[in-house]
Design a protein around this ligand. Structure first.
Ligand code: BDR
Ligand code: CA
Length: 310
């Protein structure tokens, strides 16, 4: 039976690939795509989710708009990585798939209530929507099988020296999620930096000879330039599909249990994920922390998914 999932995202180049992977996988039943402000404003991220689904022909998955910005802070966007549109690179026509009339919050709550089996939430943006659901409807926690998120790091950050972008945008929301008692798997930079879109990956996408293969090359070419300019990466890390891949096939991503706390106060470190790998604090484990990606099998999975589109 496919696992029911909700993808909560802020597309975003790597979020776009996460959408393609989640919608194509026979192992998943993608119930909804929900959006929040992050890589760009929520308005642009929602438009981008609709653009991706329109070109891919994903017409049966509702797309609902979520939080405009973080719980307690103003929104800091990732325009320096994803461009003015949030999905710069390809030429996008007008989207044909609509935006849901329900808000992300209302849709997630309804789907959790209605689902006969617990749902996996896959957040690949700031955790604002998820925190709002947990805080407003704690009775629905048993309906969430797991939260498998892209965010954080066991090492240093990318948006600030110590904080990864998704957690740093809304640390208070991340704090609610990690303290919620719901099982959390954290796919942070330490593992997503093992998913580099190398020239060989781009060649494989080009060799598909499809419109979607070419579109992914255009997305990754823009993304590559951002990563070279800001961080000196010669190949960009494709973060968000790693969280989706972990749900599709847990054997692709090795995890270890650990206590994880979110820094919400630090003058220089707000949004840092303090991962107690050696159990020095005596705090109980509250997350599975992704450590190692089976990179060849990950690319086979993602490129295989992209190959399934025209
Ligand atoms: C995360 O931040 C965004 O730029 C990406 O979409 C990814 O979710 C990486 O830090
Ligand atoms: Ca993202």
């Amino acid at each position: 039976m496919p696992v029911p999932v909700i993808l909560d995202c802020d597309p975003g180049h790597d979020d776009a690939l996460a959408i393609l992977l989640a919608a194509a996988s026979p192992a998943l039943d993608l119930l909804a795509i929900t959006t929040c402000g992050g890589n760009q404003t929520v308005e642009k991220c929602t438009l981008n989710a609709r653009r991706v689904c329109s070109v891919a022909g994903i017409t049966d998955v509702p797309i609902a708009r979520g939080a405009e910005g973080p719980l307690m802070r103003s929104l800091h966007i990732g325009e320096y990585v994803h461009g003015v549109s949030g999905l710069d690179g390809p030429e996008w026509g007008d989207p044909t798939v609509p935006e849901s009339e329900e808000s992300a919050h209302a849709l997630i709550v309804r789907l959790l209530r209605e689902s006969l089996e617990p749902v996996v939430l896959i957040p690949t943006g700031p955790l604002t929507n998820i925190a709002l659901v947990l805080a407003s409807h704690p009775e629905l926690k048993p309906k969430i099988r797991e939260i498998v998120l892209m965010g954080g790091s066991t090492e240093r950050g990318n948006d600030t020296p110590y904080a990864e972008f998704n957690i740093r945008v809304d640390p208070e929301a991340a704090d609610i999620v990690f303290r919620s008692g719901v099982p959390v798997t954290m796919c942070g930079l330490n593992v997503t930096h093992q998913a580099l879109a190398t020239p060989d990956v781009l060649d494989r996408l080009r060799a598909l000879g499809t419109r979607m293969g070419d579109l992914c090359v255009e997305l990754l070419t823009f993304f590559s330039a951002s990563y070279l300019k800001t961080w000196g990466f010669t190949s960009p890390p494709v973060h968000d599909p790693v969280a989706v891949a972990r749900v599709i096939d847990p054997s692709l991503v090795e995890v270890i249990p650990a206590p994880v706390s979110i820094e919400t106060q630090g003058r220089y470190t707000a949004g840092a994920t303090c991962v107690d790998l050696h159990h020095l604090t005596g705090e109980p484990d509250n997350a599975l922390v992704a450590m190692r990606l089976d990179t060849p099998r990950f690319w086979d999975l993602l490129i295989g998914a992209i190959a399934s589109y025209a």
